[in-house]
Design a protein around this ligand. Structure first.
Ligand SMILES: C[S@@+](CC[C@H](N)C(=O)[O-])C[C@H]1O[C@@H](n2cnc3c(N)ncnc32)[C@H](O)[C@@H]1O
Length: 320
């Protein structure tokens, strides 16, 4: 069994068997509506606009910025972030109030962290939380910016067209000669792509139809050899089973009363989405954790998707 020790308690990733859970859910007539096929959904563009607005409103409603708790376990799940080199660049996509950004900045003083979200409101909270954190030289290492990475993509200052092209052409070997050419042959000034992307509970927040575009965009700003670290809701997580039939907006896709969405991933869906964008799978698995609701004492079965032991880790390689 894979075990992580968090600050507060022991953290088990295999408290129960996912296959047993699947059989139980799929044989329960009262949950049958979760399994039904879904008629063809709205237009992609409309989906995206509505989803962004819903998230922007969500952050205005929760303006204290305390909705998402700091993910203190993160560096234990992704130790690559601890051991990476000086000046290593990380892009946290859909950063919210900084719940993932902060532990990364805290855990490795050498990391430069770019963090984006579609909501200016939540970016302001993230800046405040990071500034108040007393993390070493954080003012030089934390670069928040507003963008809808699905519709408009990441800004050119992060990865210009030239770099994107070179990443695609040169693959693993780009590092030595592309940088040289960029300074010698062009005036384009950009950050030059990133070494890591963290996609932590963000992909499930975008409409399913737009996920292929979203992942391709991540792929194109990641340096060859870089890693994408992913963690998100898994199929038959307890929170999925709580959705009512009328909250379904797609197959395994649901909308909360505030208009924000949540998708629940099977391993196959994650695998297909990332592989189609050009990623290579290192490891992928369900993380099944039993936790107890403090208020009513009830046991809850949580399912997340990740890989590489207790992590979900994908590597980007050459496309040629
Ligand atoms: C569930 S939160 C996850 C926050 C954070 N990554 C974490 O680890 O807690 C999802 C975040 O994605 C943001 N988001 C949703 N769609 C987005 C988009 N298209 N572009 C940028 N951010 C988006 C939301 O505003 C929200 O802050």
């Amino acid at each position: 069994m894979s075990v992580l020790v968090t600050e507060a308690s022991e953290y088990h990733s295999k408290d129960f068997n996912w296959e047993t859970l699947r059989q139980e859910i799929e044989n329960d007539p009262s949950l049958n509506y979760h399994l039904l096929p879904f008629p063809s959904p709205q237009q992609e563009e409309q989906h995206s606009r509505d989803s962004i607005k819903a998230w922007q409103n969500f952050h205005i409603q929760h303006s204290s910025g305390k909705f998402f708790k700091e993910r203190r376990y993160l560096l234990k799940e992704f130790p690559e972030l601890v051991s990476c080199e000086d000046g290593c660049k990380v892009l946290e996509v859909g950063c919210g109030n900084g719940s993932t950004a902060l532990p990364i900045l805290r855990g490795n003083e050498k990391i430069i962290l770019y963090a984006c979200d579609c909501s200016n409101e939540t970016l302001e909270r993230a800046k405040e939380f990071v500034a108040a954190s007393n993390v070493v030289s954080v003012e030089h290492r934390f670069h928040p910016f507003c963008c809808d990475f699905v519709t408009t993509g990441f800004p050119k200052w992060l990865t210009c067209d030239y770099c994107r092209e070179m990443f695609a052409l040169k693959g693993q070997n780009y590092l030595s000669d592309v940088r040289e050419k960029r300074t010698h042959e062009t005036d384009i000034c950009c950050v030059g792509g990133v070494d890591f992307i963290t996609l932590i509970f963000t992909l499930s927040a975008v409409p399913l139809q737009t996920m292929p575009t979203a992942i391709r965009e991540c792929f194109s700003v990641l340096k060859p050899g870089g890693l994408l670290l992913f963690r998100d809701y898994g199929l038959y997580d307890m929170t999925m089973l709580r959705f009512e039939p009328e909250q379904r907006v797609g197959f395994r896709e649901y909308m909360r009363s505030d208009g924000t969405r949540s998708y629940f991933f099977s391993l196959d869906v994650v695998r297909n989405l990332f592989i189609c964008a050009g990623f290579i799978e290192l490891e992928i698995e369900y993380c099944c954790v039993k936790s107890v609701n403090r208020q009513n004492g009830k046991s809850m079965r949580r399912v997340w998707v990740h890989a590489y032991g207790d992590r979900f880790l994908l590597i980007r390689i050459s496309t040629d």
